[in-house]
Each structure stands twice: as structure tokens, then as C-alpha cells.
Design a protein around this ligand. Sequence first.
Ligand SMILES: [Zn+2]
Length: 108
Amino acid sequence: MFRTFLKVNDRCPACAEDLSHHQADDAPAYFVILIVGHIVVPIVLAVETAYAPPYWVHFSLWPALTLILAIGLLQPIKGAIVGWQWAGRMHGFDDVPDNGGMGVRKAT
Ligand SMILES: [Zn+2]
């Protein structure tokens, strides 16, 4: 569903579903920060508590782990958010134009 790393195709290449009106915005980055933080910070604290390694060990491990996890999770999480918007009929995935998302229909 992606034409580049984070650019979503206008149409699904498998079923031609119109994906042009997804609005993932910065939700993927938010969830990546949330998840990676909850993975890396406990590991950092556990390693520091158990082994108290010198700072160069910390500086060589955690930025690399954070970068690998963030880059590895960004595309699947963005795909999941676009899929969630599609499943919830949000942001133009509904047949009703401009209904505000989350299944809430604007008063007309
Ligand atoms: Zn499809």
C-alpha cells in the first residue's frame, strides 16, 4: 500500500480501494515514540541497574536500538492506522462525504 517508505498509494494495488483520503498525520510517529520508549527505557534501566556499564556502552547501544526500532515500526504502524481509519469508515472512507470520521455523521 506504500509507494515510498511512508507515502501511501492513492489506490490499493491489490483491490483498487481509494486510499487517497487517509489522514494518518502524526499518529504513526506518536505511537512509534510511545512503543519504542516503553521498550528501550526499561531495558536501559535494567542494564544500568544490573551491570552499571561505562557511558560509552550506553551511548553505543541505545541510540542505535532506538533508531532501528523506530524505523522498523514506522511503516507497519502507519499501515495499521490507515487500515484502522478504513475499518472505522473515517476521513472519507465512508460513502458519505465529509462526515467527520469515527462514524459520527454531521447534522445536515
Ligand atoms: Zn486492497
